[in-house]
Design a protein around this ligand. Structure first.
Ligand SMILES: Nc1ncnc2c1ncn2[C@@H]1O[C@H](COP(=O)(O)OP(=O)(O)OP(=O)(O)O)[C@@H](O)[C@H]1O
Ligand SMILES: [Mg+2]
Length: 375
């Protein structure tokens, strides 16, 4: 690939075939060429740029670059993210545009919230470059700190970070809010869940029968909300989880922000709540306090988000929990399938029955409980 190739149009098959080595050397040249634009005062002649693959494959790959330019211990880190182009959307272009908007506006809306500084866009690779927001992810922090051995009183930093996540999300929705709202429609909502996972299949696992009956009843009663509630809409992050939240320089920074227009705010809210309540990782954290994550931490998140808006409390809590329930169902299937695929179907099923069912069943029941207050 020549250095001036970014003048050419995107060719999905050609990009797919490029090895990481070729991509890194191409990107190093481009970063060097534009370095003055990224970092004004840098002595380019002394800059040493090295790159590493950081995950993904094919046309969906992330690379990490380090730039050292002679200044004592000074190092800059840049990520370049390649995305596929789908007929309905170009993810790289959308993420880059959302990043530019948030980088300009987030600090004035939420002082302690941030996003990565957008640096460049390479159309021929359908890739964008941004500055690193550090290495301390909220997911890693949550898994370590939310331990069964710690009492709530000793967890003020954890609660304050959860508050920061809520503040970031409410700021994001505030900046990108749309003038339209969407009226809740149970058929659309239920079809949306079934597209990803038909919860009837939960019968194949060791959930209590009473849980499944209660779940069916609760979802069946969503029809009584039809036409009664308008859900506020804004851009949607689309993957707002603790793994995409970073803590750097006392600020909350968020990455991987797609920015789908005009989506009910409850999508991102329910997504985050379900993901915090069922967070999973290898190696496992046997002391992770799932109950606290599902209740106290979720409650804190909702209280802080709500406090930064003028939404009616009852309605906000109701829909936040309805959308959390949706995510719990979809994610049970997603986590089960991941283990199934990585290890072996028999091991996957045993793992789901011994571990996932317990975590998800408790969270599904507590969420149904919260929804039931309004039914
Ligand atoms: N600006 C950034 N600052 C710090 N780390 C980053 C940044 N961008 C990407 N990363 C790192 O690269 C990883 C993958 O990035 P990202 O989540 O954007 O890609 P992805 O294709 O959505 O991957 P995944 O499916 O793992 O979420 C992140 O989990 C994070 O560790
Ligand atoms: Mg991601």
């Amino acid at each position: 690939m020549r250095d001036d190739d970014h003048q050419f149009a995107y060719d999905e098959q050609a990009v797919h075939k490029l090895s990481s080595k070729v991509l890194i050397s191409t990107l190093v040249k481009r970063i060097r060429k534009n370095l003055k634009l990224y970092y004004g005062g840098l002595d380019i002649s002394k800059a040493i740029i090295t790159g590493k693959p950081w995950g993904g494959k094919g046309t969906s790959r992330t690379f990490r670059f380090k730039i050292r330019a002679g200044e004592k211990n000074k190092e800059h880190v840049i990520f370049v993210k390649l995305c596929p182009v789908f007929p309905a959307c170009n993810m790289a272009a959308m993420e880059y545009e959302t990043l530019k908007l948030l980088y300009a506006e987030m600090p004035s809306v939420r002082k302690y919230c941030n996003v990565a500084r957008p640096l460049d866009f390479f159309p021929d690779l359908n890739a964008y470059a941004m500055e690193s927001v550090g290495t301390k992810s909220f997911k890693a922090y949550l898994l370590k700190k939310n331990s069964l051995l710690r009492c709530n009183d000793s967890l003020s930093e954890l609660f304050s970070l959860v508050s920061g996540c809520a503040s970031w999300l409410s700021g994001f929705h505030e900046i990108t809010k749309s003038n339209e709202s969407v009226c809740f429609d149970s058929t659309l909502f239920i079809d949306g869940i079934k597209e990803d996972f038909d919860w009837c299949l939960l019968r194949d696992f060791k959930f209590q029968n009473s849980t499944l009956v209660l779940l069916e009843m609760t979802i069946g009663r969503f029809a009584s909300f039809n036409g009664k509630f308008n859900m506020p809409c804004a851009k949607c992050h689309y993957d707002f989880t603790p793994a995409h939240v970073f803590i750097s320089n006392d600020k909350i920074s968020v990455i991987d922000i797609l920015g789908v227009e005009n989506n009910p705010i409850y999508d991102d809210i329910g997504y985050f709540l379900a993901s915090m309540a069922t967070v999973n990782s290898i190696p496992f954290y046997p002391l992770f306090d799932y109950q606290r994550a599902d209740r106290d931490l979720c409650d804190k998140f909702l209280e802080v988000y709500l406090s930064e808006t003028t939404y009616e409390r009852e309605v906000f809590m109701l829909f936040a929990n309805i959308f959390k329930l949706k995510r719990l169902l979809v994610w049970f299937q997603a986590q089960y399938t991941r283990f199934n695929d990585i290890i072996h179907p028999f091991v996957g099923k045993t793992f789901a029955n011994l571990r996932l069912v317990k975590i998800f069943e408790e969270s599904i029941l507590s969420t149904i409980n919260k929804i039931s207050i309004h039914l």
